[in-house]
Design a protein around this ligand. Structure first.
Ligand code: DAH
Length: 341
């Protein structure tokens, strides 16, 4: 009888199914739309009424049996799969200690965060600058027009579209002045690039932190106050500073700010070349032309600016004698700087 034959055939095939995909093939063969059970069912209409009933019951029983058997076999195969997996993974001893080395921040990043925290504490915002700048922002907007000799000191990498890799964080001054269009206190750290012959104290890629403060009555006294406070917090002791005249086209008057040597307290040592002072950062009162070029009323507003080369500060803080270490990516060097950050 057809039903009996199908049943036996199914039982032997389901026994032979080795995995879930083979089992699924068996399921489709018997229960699918064009499967054997469906095919048997289609014969029902050829039978006499009496036979129809008995045949129908038998087919239903067969269908239920097949469904149950397939479900049971599926569960059995899934269980076997898990057991097999567990057995093969036994080779891994999860109780063994694992060594995952945590990384560390770059010393420059550590110092940048410290300086940012100090300035934020004094009410400054931290702004972003671009690395690729327009010639206008990098030079003209900070009062360095074409053919000005100051451009020679900052030879840089020109792109084919006439933009430059910025030579100084001052390149963001114009954009930030325009953003606030009036009183502001902001610092903007960033990577700068110059066409330099690289040696132990010169790099073609270096970092600066620029600062700007604009308001109605700003004096050199304010500049001294903020810089002294920043340094004293950074070095966790009172730091004396002094100003020497310095020329930068975007400030008037312009200064070089020195800090009393933090190593010898001004007595003179190797680090300060026995002068008692460390050159720290150029600064000055913002040139009215820079304000004007940013659309700010230079009769009403004035301010100070500074450009801290902070690779030198990192070198001082960590006693490094070669600036090239900072960009070297040397892991033996970098691994020494594990900190609280
Ligand atoms: N941008 C100057 C440089 O890289 C540094 C500088 C000098 C920035 C004086 C200033 C400043 O904001 O007031 O050489």
């Amino acid at each position: 009888m057809e039903i009996e034959k199908t049943k036996n055939q199914f039982e032997s095939e389901v026994e032979n199914a080795k995995d879930l995909s083979q089992l699924d093939n068996v399921r489709v063969k018997y229960l699918g739309k064009k499967g054997l059970v469906t095919d048997l069912m289609s014969h029902i209409k050829e039978l006499a009424i009496e036979e129809k009933k008995i045949f129908g019951q038998k087919i239903n029983a067969l269908k239920n049996m097949i469904e149950n058997k397939i479900e049971q076999t599926k569960q059995k195969l899934e269980k076997e799969n898990i057991e097999k997996k567990l057995k093969s993974e036994k080779k891994i001893d999860i109780t063994l200690p694992v060594s995952i080395e945590s990384g560390s921040l770059h010393p420059r990043t550590i110092l940048q965060k410290e300086i940012e925290d100090i300035f934020v504490g004094m009410g400054f915002t931290v702004e972003d600058g671009y690395e690729v700048e327009t010639e206008y922002n990098n030079f003209d907007a900070v009062n360095v027009p074409k053919n000005h000799p100051a451009r020679d000191m900052q030879d840089t990498f020109w792109l084919s579209n006439n933009q430059v890799l910025k030579t100084q964080t001052s390149a963001a001054q114009n954009r930030i002045l325009r953003k606030y269009n009036g009183p502001l206190k902001a610092i903007f750290p960033g990577r700068c690039f110059r066409n330099e012959a690289v040696d132990h104290s010169h790099e073609n890629t270096f970092f600066q932190i620029e600062g700007l403060l604009v308001d109605e009555e700003v004096s050199v006294g304010n500049l001294i106050f903020f810089m002294k406070k920043m340094l004293s917090e950074l070095f966790k002791k009172d730091i004396n500073i002094r100003l020497r005249p310095g020329f930068f086209p975007f400030v008037e008057p312009g200064f070089e700010m020195d800090a009393q040597c933090t190593f010898c307290e001004g007595k003179g040592c190797q680090v300060c070349k026995h002068s008692g002072w460390l050159e720290l950062c150029p600064c000055g009162m913002i040139h009215p032309q820079v304000l004007k070029l940013a659309g700010i009323d230079s009769e009403k507003y004035c301010g100070f600016a500074f450009g801290l080369g902070f690779d030198r500060l990192v070198m001082l803080q960590y006693g490094l004698d070669d600036i090239r270490m900072l960009n070297s990516g040397n892991l033996r060097f970098l691994k020494q700087f594990k900190t609280k950050f």
